[in-house]
Design a binder for this molecule. Structure first.
Ligand code: DQA
Length: 149
């Protein structure tokens, strides 16, 4: 199983950005931890971060050629990017939307995701573990048994 882990805008600032909300781990640290778990689960992961909507769209469009799943934190695009939603829907690659923070427990504008309805599911509120939970979900869908780990 090949998984593209896609990070949207401002996630390159993790560690320095609002640590009370997003934690103190940098994006590189989080990616290392994702990589370590993925290898235990027998998943192959690749990472990509961009602050630009069009660049993310192009990456999603190309994902159909080489990935079985996308784990996507769209950052603030979550709340208004119909273009990213359309890209996810058109790519035909099952996608899990993840958020470090609990988007339901913050400002009202964050409580709505325009992308989640075209995703396999959404995981929100567990810090870096939101990404780990997405990997467990993929592992289960691929026939693995998380309960047996
Ligand atoms: C976020 C939540 C978004 O509302 C915010 O704009 C982000 C990060 C999260 O991971 O909690 O950039 O996606």
């Amino acid at each position: 199983m090949k998984v593209l882990v896609l990070h949207g805008p401002n996630l390159n600032l993790l560690g320095r950005r609002d640590p009370g909300v997003y934690g103190t781990k940098s994006l590189d640290q989080i990616n290392e931890e994702i990589e370590a778990l993925a290898s235990q689960l027998g998943l192959e992961v690749e990472f990509f971060q961009s602050n630009q909507e069009g660049v993310l769209i192009e990456r999603i469009q190309k994902a159909a050629e080489s990935y079985d799943w996308i784990v996507f934190n769209p950052g603030a695009f979550t709340h208004y990017s119909y273009a990213l939603r359309d890209a996810v829907a058109a790519a035909g690659v099952p996608t899990i939307e993840v958020h470090l923070s609990n988007i339901q427990a913050r400002e009202e504008f964050r409580s709505r995701s325009v992308i989640a309805p075209v995703c396999a599911g959404q995981i929100s509120g567990f810090g870096a573990a939101s990404y780990f939970l997405a990997l467990y979900a993929i592992f289960e869908r691929a026939g693995g048994q998380t309960g047996g780990i």
